[in-house]
Design a protein around this ligand. Structure first.
Ligand code: ADP
Ligand code: MG
Length: 700
């Protein structure tokens, strides 16, 4: 063990950051194997936590074995026999003694097991007791706890199980881990200030790391887990607090949004705002008045009326002489926002431009020029907005619709087009509280929890195999009432592997076999933008009764006359997606129907479809979706910017998250730049953990 006494305290970190090869018993070959597991430093090793534990605390004596009962024993290998029976079966018998008796563990036709066992290995066996000529366990669960040459004695009987590859055994890995802990656990740095450790009754970091690997009791294990989870979430929340703080420290624009502006804007709104809309507009106005840049997330279920709230903010900014940007995730949505805004503003002098990848180059050139000169007040567009060629003279407000489709980076890029503009992010995916404290932990949140009046709830039916006729009849009767129907498919072209019904083929089949008398339109992602647009417009103008499409109708499209949403292969869609799709209908006052055609194979996918038929509450659905799929899947990709969590589980450990968050925010409010000597280690940890996200953190 290195003598740590004479090393200044700050150097301890350096010791555990040494390459794994400096660990006793780890040569070049072993270290290569460990590196494949992502273990490069000694610190990595110590933080390579078990995925499971084997409870050997209830070990029984062989002398107490009862024939027919299950038994857990631990003992030493005292004989290994193999033979081939008369009917050509390979039989392996490993004799184990624990001092009170001997028992044979027997395996049939598994000759490869023979090499696993050696005389004097200490093994753990679990199985049902039988008797042949002697006591026997047939094909028991087994584990080799200590190989013969292993001289360490192990205390305790809770054995860690790691996620490993085929090049290293559990026993070998455990031995290296023991060595690492023995030599280096005490060199781990405590990042938390004393006060937090006491307040939360946390065990010290060295104890926690020791006990997470080799706990003496389950109580020890629990405390170790708690401490490590707390640490992990604490650092995450420190990062959130820093982000939020750094935004607050910026000086942005202080807009004037007085009664004059307000009256002027309201004149343009053709309906009475809901109470929720009023409340959110109030919150936004407060932010806009403030010289700190707004950084607000507006959550509202589909159809809750987010667009008009955004338009309010946009007009307020324009009234102050600033330019505004409105970014949508798809061309169709950008186009739709453009049309909506134009409708509201057709008698005003506000200059609006639509900017997408499709905008023709000559037009684009002029538009970009106008934007640069400050002659355009509002630019609506897709990702095209964040391209370098787009330069604003005076960007005051950026609105981003459907945030989860964009990464954090895009959010930042749009923001950088101005000098600390206000930012309003809108999402129709309700975000579980766990995530609003983590992924979106730096944003202020507004919620539209009320739908505009005059809508009736949507009936959702799960159409079972063989009941398709009933569904078709319902669709037909809706069309007879003058209503329109969406049918959504997961894929465009027929896929041989998945054998999914593909939109193109199905549109033809429906037309030919089921609805020869109805007008069916087709919309899919591989169509040219102009074609798509024409189809959408035609559908809106009731040129079609049915619109068959792929997932691109997912977001935002507003067709109040559509009362039926049919989703094929509903089991293929995420819950949030299904909910989004369903939100496309039910916008008028008539009864609407969502018909789920689904052939779920797993329990989870059945559960998901069931949830859809039970609730229309987007928050409940999001919470369930998140629980079923976890945060990565929930967002579709890993673009949510969360670091990989090693031990904490955002759902199960929510109470710890809340505590850690409170503590973290308190620290940052007292010491925003982490310069106090009590916080230097936190600072260091943050800089190491979030190296690629430093620009978001501003403490570097
Ligand atoms: P989303 O939140 O899904 O973006 P939209 O902003 O598209 O919802 O609004 C859905 C529909 O409701 C639109 O047709 C919009 O004109 C209408 N709407 C919004 N607010 C109100 C209101 N307060 N009263 C009546 N209709 C409203
Ligand atoms: Mg919308």
């Amino acid at each position: 063990m290195p003598n740590t006494k004479f090393i200044p305290h700050t150097d301890l970190r350096h010791i555990v950051n040494q390459h794994i090869q400096y660990l006793k018993g780890v040569g070049p070959k072993r270290s290569e194997i460990l590196e494949r597991l992502g273990i490069h430093t000694i610190r990595n090793m110590l933080y390579y936590f078990p995925r499971d534990y084997k409870d050997h605390t209830k070990i029984q004596k062989i002398s107490e074995a009862k024939i027919g009962a299950k038994i857990t024993i631990q003992g030493t290998v005292c004989g290994i026999h193999t033979r081939v029976s008369r009917n050509r079966m390979h039989i392996l018998e490993v004799f184990v003694t624990d001092g009170t008796g001997t028992i044979a563990a027997t395996w049939f036709n598994q000759p490869f097991l023979t090499n696993k066992f050696h005389m004097d290995d200490i093994v753990f066996l679990y199985g049902k007791v039988g008797a042949y000529q002697y006591l026997q366990l047939v094909s028991p669960e087994y584990e080799i706890i200590r190989e013969k040459e292993d001289t360490h004695t192990r205390e305790g009987a809770i054995i860690p199980v790691y996620t490993l590859n085929e090049y290293i055994s559990q026993t070998q890995f455990r031995r290296i881990m023991e060595e690492a802990i023995h030599q280096f656990a005490d060199s781990l740095d405590e990042i938390l200030p004393e006060e937090l450790i006491e307040r939360n009754q946390l065990v010290p970091i060295n104890t926690a790391v020791r006990d997470i690997h080799f706990p003496k009791t389950f109580e020890h294990l629990k405390n170790a887990r708690y401490k490590l989870i707390y640490d992990e979430l604490f650092i995450l929340e420190i990062a959130m607090a820093l982000k939020k703080r750094s935004i607050k420290e910026e000086t942005g624009i202080s807009f004037r949004v007085g009664p004059n502006v307000d009256i002027h804007i309201r004149k343009l709104i053709p309906f009475t705002l809901t109470r929720a809309q009023e409340r959110v507009i109030y919150e936004i106005k407060e932010d806009m008045r403030n010289s700190k840049p707004m950084n607000r997330l507006l959550q509202g279920d589909v159809g809750s009326g987010k667009t008009i709230v955004a338009i309010y903010a946009i007009l307020a900014a324009i009234a102050n002489g600033y330019q505004t940007a409105f970014m949508a995730p798809t061309e169709i949505l950008a186009e739709q926002h453009f049309q909506t805004v134009r409708k509201y503003l057709n008698h005003s002098s506000v200059q609006i431009r639509l900017l997408t990848r499709e905008t023709c180059s000559q037009q684009k050139k002029t538009d970009l020029e106008l934007i640069r000169n400050g002659d355009v007040d509002l630019v609506i567009g897709t990702h095209a907005l964040i391209e370098e060629t787009v330069q604003f003279k005076k960007l005051g407000l950026a609105v981003i619709d459907e945030q989860h489709k964009f990464g954090v980076v895009q959010r930042l890029k749009l923001k950088e087009k101005g000098s600390y503009p206000d930012v309003l992010i809108m999402t129709a995916t309700p975000i579980p509280r766990t995530l609003s404290l983590t992924v979106f932990g730096d944003l202020d949140i507004s919620i539209l929890d009320e739908v505009p009046p005059g809508r009736s709830p949507i009936k959702t039916l799960w159409i079972l195999n063989g009941k398709e006729r009933d569904a078709y009849n319902l669709m037909r009767s809706e069309v007879a009432k003058g209503r329109q129907i969406f049918i959504v498919y997961p894929l465009v072209e027929k896929s041989d592997i998945l054998n999914l019904k593909a939109a193109v083929i199905e549109a033809k089949r429906l037309q030919k076999e089921i609805f020869p008398d109805l007008r069916i339109g087709l919309l899919h992602g591989q169509m040219k933008s102009a074609e798509k647009e024409k189809t959408m417009v035609d559908f809106k103008e009731k040129q079609y009764d049915i619109l068959v499409s792929t997932i691109i109708v997912e977001v935002g499209i507003d067709i109040p006359n559509a009362t039926v949403m049919v989703i094929e292969h509903a089991e293929r869609f995420g819950l949030a997606q299904l909910h989004q799709l369903r939100g496309r209908i039910g916008r008028g006052s008539d009864q609407s129907y969502c018909l789920l055609f689904g052939y779920p194979k797993t329990h989870i996918s059945r559960e998901r479809l069931k949830i859809m038929t039970q609730t229309c509450d987007g928050f409940r659905i999001a919470e369930m979706d998140f629980q079923l799929r976890g945060p990565g899947e929930f967002f579709g990709t890993r673009q949510h910017g969360l670091p990989e969590l090693r031990i904490a589980n955002l759902i199960k450990d929510f109470p710890i998250l809340e505590k850690a968050r409170k503590d973290a925010f308190e620290i940052i409010s007292l010491d925003p730049h982490l310069t106090s000597c009590h916080h230097l280690k936190i600072r260091k940890e943050i800089l190491e953990t979030f190296t690629d996200r430093l620009e978001l953190i501003h403490i570097g």
